[in-house]
Design a protein around this ligand. Structure first.
Ligand code: C5P
Length: 298
């Protein structure tokens, strides 16, 4: 096995700053239009190749949320590894460790982010040099959200998740992520969706500071918020708690929930808000994150 010696890959939390559900396809999937960013916080996927002529692949999980993920062949990490091996011909044998630091069933990418990190990691470690576009194609076979997680940078996501257009010019974002400890299953939220929302008018123009962005986002929405609240009413409480913090410019749910985010004027305000919320409700998972602008050309 040749390639990069670094054998760990972050699976960053995916945050949908908005999420419009605009159509339902005949196969039951929904067409979305979503502004997606990634936090420098996530699960960690590591790979220890088998020594010598060993074969077979095992998965172990550690970390605060390890107990909530299946470790059998249903885990998207192993599915991603199997798919990668089948499509590239690379021998993928050894141990994969998943450090599960993000809540599960949380609207933050979860298994899709882990699968995407696995594809990126194996591509690096095995020296297969697949381009990002090819990795996204493989990701699409694993789940609708995997391609965007393979991409991993600010992006407008459309179709059922396969159509990705980079978004440049976002300001530095100070966010607080709050998860109330309730697992929300994505299919259940889509089933509870009452109807389709209006399409986005006028594209995404992210120029301006965080408060300008908050104004833009306030005109937009997450169409999965009402059905997710119907499935897990505590989400409304999380949103309300964020909104009661004086300088919270926007509070919204990410993905199909149950994690919500608050957008603040800057990282220091977000840190302060996180401290307030942790004290108010110690049982909730609360993280302040800073998302830097995407300056690198693709
Ligand atoms: O493909 P993935 O496993 O991420 O999707 C989980 C479920 O979420 C699907 O079975 C479908 O019910 C719903 N979904 C949808 N439209 C999307 C993405 C997911 O209806 N664009």
């Amino acid at each position: 096995m040749t390639g990069d010696a670094s054998r760990s890959e972050l699976a960053p939390a995916k945050i949908n700053l908005d999420l419009l559900v605009t159509a339902r396809r005949l196969d039951g999937y929904h067409e979305l239009d979503s502004l997606v960013v990634f936090a420098p916080l996530g699960d960690l996927v590591s790979f220890a190749p088998a020594e010598g002529s060993g074969f077979g692949l095992t998965l172990e999980a550690a970390g605060p949320f390890a107990g909530q993920v299946p470790l059998d062949r249903d885990n998207l990490v192993l599915k991603a590894a199997d798919l990668f091996a089948a499509r590239t011909g690379a021998v993928v044998a050894g141990r994969i460790m998943l450090d599960k630091r993000l809540p599960v069933g949380a609207g933050l990418g979860g298994g899709s982010a882990d699968a995407a990190a696995t594809l990126r990691l194996l591509n690096r470690v095995c020296g297969t040099r697949l381009g990002n576009a090819r990795l996204r194609e493989l990701g699409a076979e694993l789940g609708a959200d995997v391609p965007v997680c393979v991409y991993g940078r600010p992006v407008r996501m459309r179709g059922i998740g396969e159509r990705l257009d980079p978004v440049r010019g976002l300001p530095t974002l100070g966010l607080v992520l709050v998860n109330p400890g309730v697992h929300v299953a994505t299919p259940a939220v889509f089933r509870a969706l009452g109807g389709l929302g209006e399409e986005r008018h006028g594209g995404i123009h992210p120029q301006g500071g965080p408060l300008v962005l908050a104004q833009y986002l306030a005109e937009s929405r997450n169409d999965l918020e009402p059905p997710a609240i119907a499935v897990a009413p505590v989400i409304a409480k999380v949103l309300q708690s964020l909104r009661t913090i004086e300088d919270c410019a926007l509070a919204r749910m990410s993905g199909s929930g149950s994690t919500c985010f608050g957008l603040f004027a800057g990282p220091d305000r977000a840190e302060r808000a996180a401290a307030i919320l942790r004290q108010a409700v110690p049982a909730w998972w609360v993280q302040a994150v800073t998302i830097e602008p995407d300056l690198v050309e693709p």
